[in-house]
Design a protein around this ligand. Structure first.
Ligand code: HEC
Ligand code: HEC
Length: 427
């Protein structure tokens, strides 16, 4: 095994020490050496192989035209294949969801379970960092396991839209892999619908946790951390701007340091914040002026609604592969990375650029939350602290540099020397 592959194997082992929702430790003995090989990973368990078939099977939707992969496209880092704010699905493929599709890369086996540590004392409660909610799957962290999460899109009327588990199982029994499902889970598995359904969701979870294509660690930034690539002057300047606590301060939430155990960073802290992203008229649900997606406090999530300080908070996403996306933030309000960066540094200095005006001509900041909840929006973390008319934390040139740095997080990096060799050999 080349040294490169050994290191990768060691890293995979270390990464599995981080106890995530996956808990179940990652298989270690399948280091492939190159990320390109990840697409054909032959070390999947039987359950994971079945989960893969389910993940890509459009026949399991009410429309017959939508699979998990329709929204989580493997050639787009398991994110959306297009720039739609929310995807179109449902029984007749005409319903629009309410949230942007997140990438499934990297986070799945390292997401901590949902926690909302309550402050032990009053003085702790007054300090800002005490009870930061964190973890769980979905923009609002409402699922603690991947098998629970998987059942949501299968029955959501805007997505795969199955009526109930019985409808799904009827379809599953007619797939070409139904016999294989029985071989793995028992010949009588379909006699017990509850058990068959549980095993199907477990299979999807195994695929998501085991398949290397969900965590290839093949970006230029990974190569840089391993001492195998150098960042350009521009990329390094972008990183400096990204890290600077008094400037972009991005790394305080989108962590870019390796873990104590050497695990490469995921560019998220899995915490929740309210950034005050402007309302998105592209979402049909927003035609109703009384509809608000308030993340932790609903309407999709229901168990945290009593605590109004939760309203408007969404989970910080990983920024790996974000430069390949065409839709950003929970409501898909922005369609270019640079606009997303401009929003951070100009939200408060030039609010009129981002928010609409009311009937009296006054700019309505944080218009995607009910007026009483707008106090929850983060105005204490840099660069979200400035006042109208002040100088933004970054210039346009800085934004170019940060965008260049973030592009080093795209998977599939081919080192210069290798790229040159490939070019000459193909002549
Ligand atoms: C119609 C598009 C669509 C389809 C089909 C779809 N998803 Fe999703 N997926 C989403 C959206 C949107 C979210 C964010 C949901 C939220 O915050 O409520 C999401 C979130 C997730 C998450 C949470 C990721 C995280 O890091 O928090 C996982 C895991 C996931 N989907 C897996 C699946 C699986 C497995 C299937 C198939 C059974 C599937 N999805 C089908 C759109 C889709
Ligand atoms: C206080 C924590 C925090 C800080 C600081 C922060 N972010 Fe974020 N970031 C978040 C959260 C939370 C979201 C999701 C918010 C939402 O969708 O409403 C997010 C979303 C994003 C997204 C959208 C990604 C996607 O897949 O949709 C990008 C890009 C991003 N941040 C970049 C940055 C950059 C660049 C900086 C520095 C200027 C930064 N962030 C600073 C917490 C933070």
């Amino acid at each position: 095994m080349p040294l490169f592959a050994l290191r990768r194997a060691a890293r995979a082992a270390l990464a599995s020490l981080i106890v995530g929702v996956g808990g179940l430790s990652m298989p270690v003995a399948h280091a492939t050496g190159t990320a390109d090989a990840a697409a054909s990973d032959h070390s999947l368990s039987n359950a994971a192989e079945l989960g893969k078939l389910i993940f890509f099977d459009a026949s399991l939707s009410a429309s017959g035209r939508m699979s998990c992969a329709s929204c989580h496209s493997p050639s787009h880092a398991y994110g959306p294949p297009n720039g739609l704010a929310a995807q179109i699905g449902g029984p007749d493929m005409r319903s629009q969801g309410t949230r942007a599709v997140p990438s499934l890369r990297y986070t799945l086996n390292r997401t901590p379970i949902w926690t909302h540590a309550q402050a032990a004392s009053l003085s702790e409660r007054l300090s800002e960092t005490d009870n930061a909610p964190s973890g769980g799957f979905g923009w609002d962290g409402r699922f603690n396991t991947l098998h629970d999460q998987a059942s949501f899109p299968l029955f959501n009327p805007d997505e795969m839209a199955n009526k109930d588990p019985a409808a799904l199982l009827a379809k599953l029994q007619h797939t070409p892999y139904a016999a294989r499902f029985k071989d793995v889970f028992g010949q009588n598995i379909f006699v017990d619908p509850a058990k068959a359904f549980t095993q199907a969701m477990y299979a999807v979870e195994r695929f998501e946790l085991e398949d290397d294509s969900f965590h290839p660690y093949s970006s230029k930034f990974d190569a840089y951390l391993d001492g195998k690539a150098q960042l350009t002057v521009q990329e390094l300047h972008g990183k400096k701007l990204f890290d600077d606590p008094a400037g972009g301060n991005c790394a305080s939430c989108h962590i870019d340091q390796s873990g104590a155990n050497g695990a490469h960073p995921l560019f998220t802290d899995f915490n929740f914040q309210s950034l005050g992203v402007p309302r998105n008229p592209e979402l049909r649900a927003n035609a109703d002026p009384h509809y608000y997606d308030m993340g932790l406090c609903g309407p999709l999530r229901t168990d945290q609604a009593a605590d109004k300080t939760n309203c408007g908070l969404f989970k910080s996403p990983s920024l790996r592969n974000t430069a390949t996306r065409r839709v950003f933030f929970h409501n898909g309000r922005f369609h270019t990375l640079k606009d997303s960066l401009r929003f951070y540094v100009q939200r408060d200095t030039q609010p009129a650029k981002w928010y609409p005006r009311d009937a009296h001509g006054k700019v309505v900041k944080f218009d995607d939350l009910p007026p009483s909840m707008r106090v929850n929006v983060d105005t204490t973390d840099e660069p979200l602290t400035r006042k109208q008319g002040e100088r933004p934390a970054w210039t346009e040139r800085d934004i170019d540099d940060v965008a260049a740095f973030l592009a080093t997080l795209n998977d599939g990096y081919v080192p210069e020397t290798k790229a040159r060799a490939l070019k000459t050999s193909s002549r």
